[in-house]
Design a protein around this ligand. Structure first.
Ligand code: TRP
Length: 450
């Protein structure tokens, strides 16, 4: 049945949207604290290697799968499998991705809620002259209140679903066209400020001075998982954005721009944060609370700190918003293309389900803190680890295998449209490097190698 599908207005809009999906809490909230927890430069080095050798080739793979089928991930994988005369069971790869996206959104929305709350904390001048102890108390008070957390999580979900409900042309494009450029603008202001006031030298040493002794298996595992998370890979988000992409756009060039923008931005935010952290003698390894506990102290003691702090959290909220949209889009595309349910109802219906999951996540920070799901992890930690270190790399591994070994080579070539040398390079990374790296991490994860 021929379907009318909307298309991005231009390559620029696709880039903005995909960059908008990639750039989010992963860059601003997660990457900085993971760098701190995993020993600084060692983690950065492995992370950047994972972006180049696994992330970039697999992003090209995911876009090419999406653009070839012009369908949602589930139907798309099925169509691609039948084109390649392979088992239709490949469609479950698309289905797994949709579920993964909803699981991520369950906690993503709660953290997005923290950010919204902190825009108002900063705007209300609550950081002025704050001490380290007060800042920690403040953050803990937020975590201890299921009501407050649920309130902000609800606002974040409504913001996300309001854009999704409007659809690809009227919703996503417009939001991204405004949000991404403003985000870069706000970051430049913050960075300039950190350079003049913070300790950029210490931050650069911490993040970039190579120290191979600190590379641990756990750091490698987290770095690989985070490369997937940061580039939005392995669940079909990039695939579904790619399915709205016109045929005449170069996948390789677009991918490289996006991956570079995403990685650069994450590292720049890291530099801005750590130069403030070191100048104020704060601990780099504070964990998930890093930006919420340490930055207010920095903002509280700098001139115009309330203003800069408000801008900063506004930036984070924008970034999180354009990312969360892409976490539901695959499932919405599948529902609207397979059932009579309209986009509007699909968005609010799924929104309600994910909202409930988010409430469970909220409770895992207070009332249900002690409830462990698996390996001593609570609900939030389980969702985070399950998605980042297992489901996303698994999705990526299967996509790489599909594009590399199941699809006909000339079909892949047709989509990538690369010269021979570049095609070979993609093939080598997609067929060997990425699968072997991911498989090695899984073997380690399941204790098969030590
Ligand atoms: N990449 C986003 C971030 O860094 C999060 C995200 C959006 C994501 N869509 C995704 C992660 C799809 C994995 C898969 O914050």
């Amino acid at each position: 049945m021929p379907q009318h599908r909307s298309h991005w207005n231009s390559r620029w809009t696709f880039m903005l949207a995909t960059a908008g999906s990639a750039i989010g809490l992963g860059n601003i909230w997660k990457l900085p604290y993971m760098i701190g927890v995993n020993g600084g430069s060692a983690f950065v080095l492995v992370f950047v290697a994972c972006i180049f050798f696994v992330g970039i080739p697999l992003m090209m793979t995911e876009i090419l799968l999406g653009r070839r089928t012009q369908k949602n991930p589930l139907d798309g994988m099925q169509a691609l499998a039948s084109e390649a005369q392979a088992s239709s069971a490949w469609k479950y790869l698309g289905g797994m991705g949709m579920v993964t996206g909803l699981l991520i959104l369950g906690f993503y929305s709660v953290i997005g809620g923290w950010v919204l709350a902190y825009i108002f904390e900063a705007g209300g001048g609550n950081f002025s002259q704050i001490t380290a102890a007060q800042s920690t108390t403040n953050f803990k008070a937020l975590l201890a209140s299921p009501l407050k957390l649920t309130f902000w999580h609800t606002i974040f979900m409504v913001m996300t679903m309001a854009v999704v409900a409007k659809g690809v042309n009227s919703g996503l494009e417009k939001a991204n066209n405004i949000l991404i450029p403003s985000l870069f603008a706000i970051l430049l202001v913050l960075l300039g400020y950190s350079m003049s006031v913070g300790d950029m030298h210490a931050a650069a040493q911490f993040m970039f001075k190579p120290d191979f002794s600190k590379i641990t298996p756990v750091a490698v595992l987290s770095a690989l998982g985070h490369a997937f998370f940061s580039l939005s890979l392995g669940m079909g988000a990039v695939m579904v954005y790619g399915s709205y992409l016109q045929r005449n756009v170069s996948i390789a060039r677009t991918t490289i721009y996006i991956a570079l923008a995403d990685t650069m931005l994450g590292l720049l935010v890291g530099l801005a944060i750590y130069s403030l952290v070191f100048a104020n003698h704060l601990a780099p390894n504070a964990g998930p609370g890093l930006i919420f506990q340490t930055l207010p102290i920095a903002f509280g003691h700098m001139p115009s700190g309330n203003f800069i702090g408000t801008l900063f959290f506004l930036l984070v909220a924008f970034a999180a918003w354009t990312s969360s949209i892409s976490l539901v889009e695959p499932a919405i595309a599948w529902i609207t293309e397979n059932t009579k349910i309209k986009r509007y109802s699909a968005a609010w219906g799924l929104g309600l389900i994910v909202w409930l999951l988010g409430v469970a996540v909220v409770l895992s920070f207070n009332e249900w803190k002690e409830i462990k799901i698996i390996f001593g992890l609570n609900i939030f930690e389980t969702l985070d680890k399950l998605t980042s270190t297992i489901l996303l790399p698994l999705g990526g591994l299967l996509m790489a295998i599909f594009a590399g070994y199941v699809m006909k080579k000339n079909h892949v070539q047709e989509e990538l449209d690369l010269n021979n040398q570049h095609f070979k390079l993609w093939q080598f990374t997609n067929n060997y490097i990425a699968p072997i790296a991911i498989a090695a991490v899984f073997l380690f994860l399941f204790g098969l190698v030590k």
